[in-house]
Design a protein around this ligand. Sequence first.
Ligand code: JFZ
Length: 333
Amino acid sequence: HDQRIAWWREARFGCFIHWGVYSVPGGEWNGKKVEGYAEHLMRKEKISRQEYAQKLIQHFNPAHFDADAWVKMIRDAGMRYLIITAKHHDGVAMYPTAISDYSIGQSPFKQDPMAALSAACKKYGIRFGFYYSHAFDWEHPDAPGNDWDYDNPGGDKNLHGGASWYDAHPELLPKAVKYVNEKSIPQIQELLRKYHPDILWFDTPHKLPLSENIHILEAIRAVDKHVVVNGRLARTGKISFGDYKNTSDRPAEFYPVTGDWEAIPTTNESYGYSRYDSSHKPVGFFIRLMAKAAAKGGNLLMNIGPEGDGTIDPRDTVILHGIGAWMQQNGES
Ligand code: JFZ
């Protein structure tokens, strides 16, 4: 474990990127503003699996996507690792996948942005990895989360016992296990074999029972003994599995302050691009945050939300450039 996580301990500062087909509407649906996380559009608006594919996947074509420019900008900001959403809760694979037809392989965009980013990261000496929503998937008919097309547990209606559905209704477990075996594990192993990421970043483990999350961890280690895994893969009470812990997403106070930990503030309030959310914090805020994290021995993984056409949001560019200028004056390398 010490060997596996050595590069991550030294990295200190990374870039989190939430980018998906939800970045195109960018927090707006049917002409009205959608509150909160823009990447939660499908759940908030209860968009059917089919309509989401027709309106978003089948039109996804980010003409301004430029992996080299993205990574150069990140490198110039002093960031040493990059984590991008390979699949968020909407279930859409942001790479051509052999496992599912819910992917940008079905879009007019005929490139593989994950391959391009991986190559650019190699070129600029940046560690590279994926966010993968292993537990929560609004597309798959058997996964926890979608209670508008299906009556699956783990959604907003709190069906079948709510958050602890697997305790209240163990007879529903085979459904979730089917999803894990059919989609979650095969796609995670596909990502490992195809792109050889340095790190995998998981989220919302409470949607699945611990046994399934551990099953996923075993499937990861069967393919790759070296990939770093964050703590949100599997958790029970205060114990989290994986190689390091994440703080909650609110950056105001950092805890825990011991062990290997990482904070994940986003530049505004949404993780995915939102045309309406201009609550971006000033450069100085992130510089102070970086100093605090370093003082307490943690990493800062700062999130940006590029636009659906591949442009980096100018409100994020200001922050990245500002941090870069500060790093030039005060940074190490
Ligand atoms: C989750 C996602 O639902 C969200 O879209 C984004 O990807 C974010 C990074 O992670 O949201 C969370 C998860 C955990 C907390 C808050 C938001 N938390 O522990 O406070």
